[in-house]
Ligand binder design. Structure first.
Ligand SMILES: [Zn+2]
Ligand SMILES: [Zn+2]
Length: 500
């Protein structure tokens, strides 16, 4: 059997039956986790002998980092349980940068001194170099185990797992319900730090228990941690929420509501200049301006399908003289109705409508973030109506236009994703194929690098996502070029072609 190491080396190994992957590797704590025939496993996984391929991962890989941070989360939970035995643990995943763990403190919060103590205890647990041991239990045995130690949240999770068997991980006296994989021992974590704590809700549900979320980060090298902390400081200094306050650009007022932005004169002036630029460039490229209402009758959102598929993101309805209205979460239906307001011929196409359309979407309060995640925002939105023959050309133009706009604001580093058909979708396979192909062709025509997000499209069509990077290298979703097979059908819009 062959073992693929992260540096590209390949090991030929024999007589592997009953051996741990770890025992077949050169001695190095750079190796963190493995995949056996594609399935992620611990390095302590015992081989059965019939495996075909083992891949080993280090901190440079996504799986390596995720595992590293997930084990770090377990170390955090163990530290908290040792210091505060009455605290109940909930869940603690790895995230994009680091990890967190949510704890139930019975309504109390961690003080800065508590966090310092927890961090010290984490270092101690790392020093103990406790092995992480995976155990497979019958579900009812696991429920009994967690009942005995009073971990109610684990029982709630277990009761929702349909499987007959579950896995738990132990390190010292600490035990957690967990799928894994994990590092072989706590000593693999070298540099660890608690970053912050904040309150959260069990399952993100505001009607459930209030929890304390503790965020942390860890690295195999002290210098990496130092560098990360420096970046974080820079990010704090450049945080747009801080700048917005200091420069008197915008504010958010609790009496107005979370996620609803008040633009102050200076911020509004910047916005006006941006909008003027946006308008001028759109007109130049053959877009026509439109304005549409902020509310629409229930009927409209029934036809569009928003009430069926998007209702949880919409503000509740309002009723007046027995007519029910919803505030708009999207501009699309309105643009379609402008198109539909008269007969259209192929000679009219493409038609490109553009609007600075203010929409309202109900986002959970936990995800709101300054100007970046809000409940009311103005989309620089456009809808293009065209024939199948025009599709490719139009996409090239839109993509080129998108990059022009982004570059005008100094963004040079893009990641482009083409998302393809998800399992649940509308529209014929031929339409999906044509649309997806033309998206890819457009990206290639402009000599852009891209990744395919398999099955990541919306149910109504494939799309191109353009993600930008900020000064600190963090990725943000910015522009989307989206096909829509759904609305034209639902609103029954047509055009007269050459043959009438
Ligand atoms: Zn876990
Ligand atoms: Zn739209």
């Amino acid at each position: 059997m062959r073992i693929f190491l992260p540096d590209g080396k390949v090991l030929e190994v024999e007589n592997i039956k009953g051996k741990r992957i770890l025992d077949l590797l050169p001695q190095s704590r750079e190796y963190l986790v493995a995949k056996v025939d594609g399935k992620p496993v611990d390095l302590t996984y015992i081989l059965e002998g019939n495996e075909e391929k083992v891949e080993v991962f280090d901190f440079k890989s996504d799986l390596g980092r995720e595992t590293y941070w997930h084990t770090s989360a377990h170390i955090l939970a163990q530290a908290v349980k040792e210091l505060f035995p009455d605290v109940k643990i909930t869940i603690g995943p790895a995230i994009e940068n680091g990890f967190y763990y949510d704890f139930d403190l019975g309504g109390k919060t961690f003080t800065p001194e508590d966090l310092k103590k927890i961090e010290e205890r984490m270092r101690e647990i790392i020093k103990r170099d406790l092995p992480l041991k995976r155990e497979i239990l019958k579900k009812d045995e696991a429920i009994k185990l967690f009942k005995n130690i009073g971990e109610d949240y684990k029982i709630e999770i277990l009761e929702e797992i349909p499987d007959e068997y579950v896995s738990v991980y132990r390190q010292g006296d600490f035990v957690d319900l967990c799928r894994g994989p994990h590092l072989p021992s706590t000593g693999y974590v070298r540099a660890i730090k608690i970053l912050s704590s904040s309150s959260s809700y069990w399952r993100g549900d505001e009607t459930r228990e209030v929890l304390q979320r503790v965020y942390g980060i860890s690295f195999p090298d002290k210098s990496q941690l130092k560098e990360y902390m420096k970046k974080l400081e820079e990010a704090k200094a450049r945080d747009h929420r801080k700048l917005g306050r200091e420069l008197d650009l915008f504010s958010i007022n609790e009496d107005v509501g979370p996620g609803l932005i008040l633009w102050h004169p200076k911020g509004a002036t910047i916005r006006m200049i941006i909008e003027d630029f946006w308008r001028k460039e759109h007109i130049k490229r053959g877009y026509q301006p439109v304005y549409t209402p902020h509310v629409g009758r229930t009927k409209l959102w029934e036809i569009s399908g928003h009430l069926e598929y998007y209702k949880e993101n919409m503000y509740p309805s309002m009723k007046l003289e027995n007519v029910e209205y919803y505030i708009k979460p999207m501009n699309c239906p309105f643009h379609i109705l402008i198109y539909k307001s008269r007969g259209r011929s192929y000679r009219d196409l493409p038609i490109r409508y553009a609007e600075m359309g203010t929409v309202y979407r109900y986002e959970r309060s936990g995800v709101l973030h300054g100007l970046l995640r809000v409940r009311g925002f103005t989309q620089d939105d456009a809808h293009i109506f065209c024939t199948p023959e025009q599709v490719e050309d139009e996409i090239v133009k839109v993509l080129d236009f998108t990059l022009f706009i982004l570059k005008s604001f100094g963004f040079k580093d893009f990641n482009i994703y083409v998302s393809t058909r998800p399992e649940d979708s509308v529209g014929s396979p031929e339409m999906w194929e044509l649309a997806t192909k033309s998206l890819i062709k457009a990206v290639e025509k402009l000599n852009l690098k891209y990744s395919i997000d398999e099955g990541g499209g919306a149910f109504y069509g494939p799309k191109i996502d353009v993600k930008i990077k900020d000064a600190l290298g963090r990725e943000w979703q910015c522009s989307t070029i989206q096909f829509d097979f759904n609305l034209p059908e639902r609103f029954d819009i047509t055009y007269r072609d050459k043959d009438g």
